[in-house]
Design a binder for this molecule. Structure first.
Ligand code: FES
Ligand code: FES
Length: 155
């Protein structure tokens, strides 16, 4: 099938077999490798992308659903033209919220969705919003600190 949707703010047309998920389309169809594949079962959150601004599991979302919709991946954060990071990416990099980095794209997008909805989250709000994004490395403390710093304008 042919899909027409908005990818990271730009029109995108792509061919996809009916059974492809969004992560299949991104990685195998569009050669966008920022979205990471983890469990493939909706558990780890590492494949999180924004579908019409809402965080979804790319491994569980059929690509067919993208038609006419908006998709944001980690490649759409910051300024793709210059490579400049956005505030969250910058805060993560500077605060030790990234170690191996495998979870980071999904965490960033979940954090973006939170801040779009709640510009002054509490620590509990951040932890709740990121509860579906597993991280094996950081213990979450630096991740939560980075998100709160951006929310408070201190990043
Ligand atoms: S790879 Fe999608 S939730 Fe784990
Ligand atoms: S930084 Fe390694 S899994 Fe989160």
């Amino acid at each position: 099938m042919t899909l027409a949707f908005t990818l990271n703010g730009r029109p995108c047309r792509a061919e996809a077999p009916d059974h492809w998920t969004v992560i299949d389309l991104l990685r195998d169809g569009l050669a966008l490798y920022g979205t990471k594949f983890g469990c493939g079962e909706g558990v780890c959150g590492t494949c999180t992308v924004l579908f019409d601004g809402m965080p979804v599991r790319a491994c569980l979302t059929l690509a067919a659903r993208l038609d006419g919709r908006q998709l944001t991946t980690v490649e759409g954060l910051g300024d793709p033209g210059t490579g400049a990071p956005d505030a969250l990416q910058d805060a993560f990099a500077r605060s030790g919220a990234v170690q191996c980095g495998y979870c980071t794209p999904g965490v960033l997008l979940a954090a973006h969705a939170l801040l779009a909805e709640n510009s002054a989250p509490t620590e509990a709000d951040v932890r709740r919003a990121l509860a579906g994004n597993l991280c094996r490395c950081t213990g979450y403390v630096k991740i939560v600190e980075a998100v709160l710093a951006v929310a408070r304008g201190k990043a």
